[in-house]
Design a protein around this ligand. Structure first.
Ligand code: C5P
Length: 232
């Protein structure tokens, strides 16, 4: 089953809660990123939990194992349901994150290679492997270290499934319903395509948050997912 997560890419707690209240029961899961969390902190998580929502805290932790372990426990303590780390933090850090996740009762996934990094950017930080091979290596490492899944782009779904199997959690951003402009996203997938490909979660920001009627846009995304699931 594919679940939409709405990216709360706004700059204040008030705006975030207004969006959540407007969407009501059309959306259960929300993603809080660095912009909103840095400014408003745990109050955003609390606001969502008070409304019965699920929270993906998108902080992409990347530090020494002890620090990441405590950060994951903190994410769990404030009520987040899902959080993430950078797979390039290495095996000891990933294992510490997985252990802390199990202890705190929070699902932990990893980011493999940021989609903003191309071959030249990777080469500049000493990685000479093509980006897809780096994604494969880091996805396999993430799984070996006991994490639940990865954030991956539409174009990486098949590669990650080949490497890690279909039970591995895939959280896929870069989603654009049919008829929506791609904007700054380079490679996009519709909600139906992502559901057909087996993504457990899709992250949708502007197509819902910036829609004239966000509730209708959210319901259309869910309907598209359900239709694709019925065809599977
Ligand atoms: O508005 P839009 O649907 O493009 O928002 C997508 C969300 O997913 C944003 O919060 C963005 O930071 C995040 N994201 C992404 N591409 C990635 C990883 C995360 O767009 N590769």
């Amino acid at each position: 089953m594919t679940t939409p997560i709405v990216a709360l890419d706004v700059d204040s707690l008030d705006r975030a809660m207004a969006a959540v209240d407007r969407l009501g029961d059309a959306i259960e899961w929300y993603k809080i990123g660095k912009q909103l969390f840095t400014k408003e902190g745990p109050a955003v998580v609390k606001g969502l939990k008070d409304r019965g929502k699920k929270v993906f805290l998108d902080m992409k932790f990347h530090d020494i194992p002890n620090t990441v372990s405590h950060a994951v426990l903190s994410a769990a303590a404030i009520g987040a349901d899902l959080c993430n780390v950078h797979a390039s933090g290495g095996p000891a850090m990933l294992e510490a994150a997985a252990k802390a996740g199990a202890q705190g009762g929070i699902t932990v996934i990893a980011v493999t290679v940021l989609t903003s990094l191309d071959e030249a950017e990777l080469a500049a930080v000493g990685i000479s492997r093509p980006p897809a091979e780096q994604v494969r290596l880091l996805a396999a490492l993430t799984k070996q270290c006991g994490l639940a899944g990865v954030v991956c782009s539409a174009k990486e779904i098949r590669l990650v499934q080949e490497t890690c199997g279909t039970d591995f959690l895939l959280v896929v951003p870069g989603i654009r319903p049919a008829g929506c402009g791609a904007g700054d996203q380079k490679r996009v997938m519709t909600p139906g395509e992502a559901a057909a490909a087996g993504a457990q979660f899709i992250v949708v920001g502007r197509p819902i948050m910036a829609a004239e009627d966000p509730v209708a846009a959210a319901r259309a995304v869910t309907a598209e997912i359900r239709a694709a699931e019925e065809r599977r």
